[in-house]
Design a protein around this ligand. Structure first.
Ligand code: ZN
Length: 367
């Protein structure tokens, strides 16, 4: 919904205008944009000031013959209005968009032919409310700075927020994934459910089995490209019992086992969203570390979706596997926010990147 204040002001007595505005303001704290200020300097740096401890996430899309590359940053909370500002030099335009009711998207649209190396693009947190990304393609282009809001203001602390500094940096493309020695590691990926068992079914008929299979097939390709041998418990819509999944893993000599699922509650609870990862308590610290690495990455690409935590669970596939293992729940197919994302092929691509980054990080630390 877009509020056009001028419309109301011209047709309603001022008391009604005040009442309408009060409703909007009262609704703001839950989903207001966490982007407080931004600036792109002529030296080629993007700077952000955000609410404290949010997890902005940056993305890159290569250019085509017709248009230049794009970099965008998603932040929790929707902007009050969408807008676009003309750029200069290699920066063609900056847009503030709302891809859904929960997200602010800051888009940097570059001129065709602008050279940006996605592997070198990183959004770096410099304080609990400050972020910076170097854009070498913009430096010395003769453009002037552009921005909105006061970057130097002090961000007010919100007492109900956790003081945890976001640490995950999810790669924007396969090139940015962590590197491990080629040919050394073997990983089992377990797409939950399958065939006659669709798993959870959510909003718009979104099926857990379809979501997890798509993400897992992409994860397999990404990990194989990094020289990791991947075994999958299923690669199509077939039903595989839990014991064969575990025996495949246990007889493979794999270093890690990751089971991929999506959550469900009730169709009457679209308000419940969130990300969680399980490990088996008796499995040792490596399972917990794997679960934490996966959870961190999933949260980083899911602004606004609650952190339901790294938790112990007794699911058969993590209880009976002999190697470090974890079971991820990528979001709720019955949740309004999560289901919209899980239904989006671009989000599933990012999820595959995030989970692959989590696995590679865990392998780097020693499986
Ligand atoms: Zn499941």
């Amino acid at each position: 919904m877009r509020w056009v204040v001028g419309f109301w002001a011209s047709r309603l007595p001022w008391t009604s205008v005040l009442a309408a505005l009060t409703v909007v303001v009262a609704a703001l704290p839950a989903w207001a944009s966490s982007l407080s200020a931004w600036r792109i300097t002529s030296a080629g740096q993007l700077e952000l000031r955000t609410s404290l401890d949010v997890r902005p996430q940056a993305f890159f899309e290569a250019g085509t013959a017709l248009r230049g590359p794009r970099v965008w940053v998603d932040l929790p909370g929707a902007p009050s209005r969408t807008r676009s500002l003309p750029g200069s030099g290699a920066l063609r335009e900056v847009r503030i968009g709302r891809p859904d009711g929960f997200t602010t998207r800051l888009v940097l649209e570059f001129a065709p032919g602008t050279q940006l190396d996605p592997a070198g693009l990183k959004l770096v947190g410099t304080a609990r409310d400050r972020w910076r990304m170097d854009l070498p393609g913009l430096a010395n282009q003769g453009g002037t700075g552009i921005g909105e809001g006061d970057l130097d203001a002090v961000t007010r602390d919100l007492p109900d927020r956790q003081a945890s500094f976001p640490t995950a940096t999810t790669p924007l493309s396969a090139d940015g994934l962590p590197v491990v020695p080629r040919g050394r590691f073997k990983v089992v990926i377990d797409p939950g459910h399958g065939g006659p068992d669709p798993g959870a079914v959510g909003i718009g008929g979104l099926r857990e089995t379809d979501v997890v299979l798509d993400v897992c097939l992409q994860m397999a390709r990404l990990l194989q490209a990094r020289g990791v041998q991947v075994l999958m418990t299923r690669t199509s819509e077939v039903d595989v019992d839990l014991p064969p999944r575990v025996s495949l893993a246990n007889s493979s000599g794999a270093d890690l086992f990751v089971s991929v699922h999506a959550n469900a509650l009730s169709m009457a609870r679209p308000d419940v969203n969130g990300i969680e990862t399980f490990y088996f308590e008796g499995a040792g610290f490596k399972s917990r570390r794997l679960a934490a690495a996966l959870q961190e990455q999933m949260l980083a690409i899911s602004p606004g979706s609650p952190d339901r935590g790294v938790r112990t669970g007794r699911f058969f596939v993590i209880r009976r596997t002999v190697m470090p293992s974890a079971l991820v729940e990528m979001g709720f197919v019955t949740g309004e926010l999560d289901s919209r994302r899980l239904a989006d092929a671009n989000f599933r691509r990012r999820m595959a990147l995030a989970l692959s980054a989590g696995i590679l990080n865990a392998l780097q630390e020693g499986p």
